[in-house]
Design a protein around this ligand. Sequence first.
Ligand SMILES: O=P(O)(O)OC[C@H]1O[C@H](O)[C@H](O)[C@@H](O)[C@@H]1O
Length: 557
Amino acid sequence: MPITTETPSNADQLPALHQPIHKALQHHYQTLCDVHLRELFAAEPQRFEHFSLQVDDLLLDYSKNRITKETLQLLIQLAETADVAGWRERMFQGEKINNTEQRAVLHTALRNRSNTPVMVDGENVMPAVNAVIEQMSAFAERVRSGTWTGYTGKPIVDVVNVGIGGSDLGPHMVYQALKAYRHPRLQMHYVSNVDGAHIVEKLESLDPETTLFIVASKTFTTQETMTNAHHARHWFLQHAEDDTHIAKHFVAVSTNREAVIGFGIDPDNMFGFWDWVGGRYSLWSAIGLSIVLAVGADNFTALLGGAHTMDQHFREAPFERNMPVILALLGVWYSNFFGAESQAVLPYDHYLRSLPLYLQQADMESNGKSVDRNGCNVDYATGPIIWGTSGINGQHAFYQLIHQGTRLIPADFIISVTPPTGLHEQHDILMANFLAQTEALMRGRTLEETRDSGVAPPHAPKVFAGNHPSNALLLKALTPHSLGLLIALYEHKIFVQGIIWNLNSYDQWGVELGKQLAKCIQPELNAAETITTHDASTNGLINYYRQQRAQQEQTQG
Ligand SMILES: O=P(O)(O)OC[C@H]1O[C@H](O)[C@H](O)[C@@H](O)[C@@H]1O
């Protein structure tokens, strides 16, 4: 019986992993867990055709997974049991599926290029969505063309996005990814950390006359962002002196108009969005302003278009041909049946080097939960640990553990067919390694093969068990459109997994406690008296810090 705090009376409300389909999958797992991928490939020469799928410019080969057709059928039954299709419609139609905050989840409306009405509380949100896209495009055009100037009449050269979490990771990742599309004069910078080193280092090289700050915060209350924004404002006014110049150098992206005005930013320079856009799903909203500035409105629209294509595919394709559903089910298969604890994301693309970081927030903040949407503790694994780095570099760092360690680590390998640089020799080396890794992980090398390969003894440490699953994702090229496809693919994968695990993927209460405690501790760091209000460890550390700092100040002063 599940370990729950409250047991729903209606069996239909039980999580899918507590329904009979779970037993069927467990039984199936027993028949498959000792079967090697080599055997599966030998038994089914058409495995690539059977287990690969193309959506627009994106190919997914999932044949190197420890599955058969029966596995997929059973996993699809699991998705059906969880009513993934019903929840999917609820999301697209603007129902308040974020139940703890009573909010709709509509990042899909932000890229709804078909412009069909999307209703929230009886109102079509599309006119407002389109109006903000227009506003961003018009503003970006002025900055890009040089008609928007700084307080001394010079065009803007540097743009600093001050934001953290979802107000940083998405735009930053996309800015890196779309390097080939950037405006030649404009350079974006991203400051997130409240560690003073981040903003100080950044400002060192900037000219206040030609720098624009975007203060990006959904709530406009995030301490890190507000502290950095105030620091930037102070730095700017030290040079510009007159605070009427702020209007030309500070714009805001937020849902909180009052706080933006309170900061001193002209509300005309505010780009809004809505509570139904989760922070980690917000790069498609005005939070993407730095993207529009960097690559222009047309490329931003192409990014939205790619995501919209994936949205339509996700909404319409049958589960057995539905890329986000399949990716999600494979993840569930490894997490809940093979006991895998993590998922590696390995982009073989320098420009996608921040994708793992971005997906860490998207996935782990969404599904890193142990209480389900009914308020019950779950007794099964939920969101995996997401980790990774760009391919090749990772090979020379941690792949050893994936190949020969004791853990099962499913991995997503991502690459583009066309290299962004035009350096074909390098790209072939990259591609060869990409393929070699997935093949080596799958096949491994037996003792006999190791001996036959001419490798010097001892042979046992040089044996590879193989049977390590991976997905290969191939983009035709890294374009705004294909990037949109890729990001939306992962967003929907996270959605499907959240439904199967019976989670609300759209709140993040786990982030709050630490924030509250920090607010309480901060004044204590400067208190005159010894701190005794916490546990012995926290008290000891606070008091050590206070004493050391006082001593250092005495020595210096
Ligand atoms: O955009 P903001 O309101 O400043 O929030 C920035 C970030 O704050 C917290 O860390 C939340 O957990 C994130 O989801 C959010 O993206």
